[in-house]
Design a binder for this molecule. Sequence first.
Ligand code: CUA
Length: 157
Amino acid sequence: MQLHRLEKIWLIFGVSMLFLFLIVLGVSTFVMGMEPPNSHQLESFDPAKVSETAPFNEPVLKKIGENEYEAVMVAYAFGYSPDKLEVPAGSTVHFKVTSSDVVHGFEIPGTNANMMVVPGEVNHVSHQFDEPGEYLIICNEYCGTAHEFMSTTIVVN
Ligand code: CUA
């Protein structure tokens, strides 16, 4: 039996779309597979390898501009590393925090800085410290027996 001409066209169209779809899928999978791991910003990694994953292998507070600091920190049960930070008044600190074990919190009471620290992820929060004083950074996610003692201080002077 001969197919109606229109049916034939649709059949060819349908089969072509299917192939096109498979090609697009194959190509994008291939391209994604080829992408070197450092071509995009590090946003997720193996939490068991925090101590060997830059920048978290070296937790540090560093000056990145006038009145601007970056704090690379690791939260762990039960503390934060580096454990004491000090910046001049008027500084904006960009916190970049990960956890080497479980989910922790990162809250600076009296400010808007409040986030969850998820292992395997880079968690960001920024705050401008205008008033001199001692600011507490506390964990507000229950993380184990010493959860309530998990804190550190940022000194603004
Ligand atoms: Cu860390 Cu609670």
